[in-house]
Design a binder for this molecule. Structure first.
Ligand code: GLU
Length: 279
């Protein structure tokens, strides 16, 4: 059995948290005690000398709650408006919580075009590098207000893997509402088995990615997490999917505990991330 002790030494870590992990299921309001724990945990990683990036969803969920639009499906302009309202609100809360620990944070809103266009991609990388030098935590989301394509098809699982590849992160942690990868949807199939480690992604595994997450608020299910795993591992980043219900899972992952599903980095020279995401 492979030990996970090597996860101690990770230097550049991207943590992605989804809307369903940030909000209370019943009310749709932000789960402030969870956010506080997340902020303390990430600041502590910085204090350990690591580079940290937070990819946070929640813009649409927060905006929709603020405007009282919780029930039913939103139209695209409604989603865009909610994202514009919610992103500002979300950042205000992150700023407030991080400032309690004197940790500076920044906002980076990216689109698919930012990644595909070489000049804007280089600009984004330069900004990330400068922020790391300044010991600032970049907080990333999609620029939902202008990227209609991203709202309809995109998701922050994929975005966090792309960011990891872009900045040469050595670990990506996807906090989800599911414990990790199962052989089948555990909500439906009682015989579904948990997979602790994926050393190599193959077609068989990719087909397991049915929409097994019960989330109604985010856009990512297991299929998008497996695409994220492809992007991350082929680019040389280890990735762990774990349940974000208890934020201390981040610490446990870095202590090498066997929580969540570990997807081992498998740097593939032939893998062209930009071509992959342009398809
Ligand atoms: N970017 C969206 C938001 O912040 C969420 C995307 C996702 O759930 O993956 O609301």
């Amino acid at each position: 059995m492979m030990t996970r002790d090597f996860l101690h030494d990770k230097k550049r870590i991207v943590v992605k948290i989804g809307s369903s992990s940030l909000t209370h299921k019943e009310s749709g309001s932000l789960n402030l005690s969870k956010l506080e724990k997340l902020v303390r945990m990430l600041t502590n990683l910085k204090n350990m000398g690591k580079d940290v990036v937070l990819v946070s969803s929640g813009a649409i969920a927060v905006g929709r709650k603020k405007m009282g639009l919780r029930d039913g499906v939103l139209s695209l302009p409604e989603k865009q408006a909610c994202a514009a309202i919610g992103q500002a609100q979300l950042m205000m809360i992150y700023q407030k919580l991080f400032s309690e620990y004197n940790q500076n944070v920044s906002q980076l809103l990216l689109t698919k075009v930012t990644m595909v266009n070489e000049l804007s991609r280089i600009n984004a990388v330069n900004t990330f590098n400068e922020l790391f030098k300044l010991n600032v935590i970049p907080i990333v989301n999609e620029n939902d207000t202008i990227s209609t394509y991203e709202i309809e098809f995109g998701d922050n699982d994929r975005l966090s893997a792309i960011v990891s590849a872009l900045i040469g992160a050595d670990l990506l942690i996807l906090l989800s509402d599911i414990d990790g990868l199962y052989t089948d949807d555990p909500n439906v199939n009682q015989d579904a088995r948990f997979i602790k480690t994926v050393e190599k992604l193959d077609d068989h595994l990719m087909n397991m990615g049915k929409d097994s997450s019960s989330s109604k608020v985010g856009t990512g299910g297991m299929a998008t997490k497996l695409i994220a795993a492809q992007i991350a591992t082929y680019s040389g980043t280890d990735m762990v999917i774990a349940n974000g219900e208890d934020i201390s899972v981040i610490e446990r992952i870095l202590e090498g505990e066997e929580v969540g599903t570990l997807f081992c980095a498998n740097k593939t020279e032939a893998f062209d991330m930009i071509e992959f995401i342009s398809q």
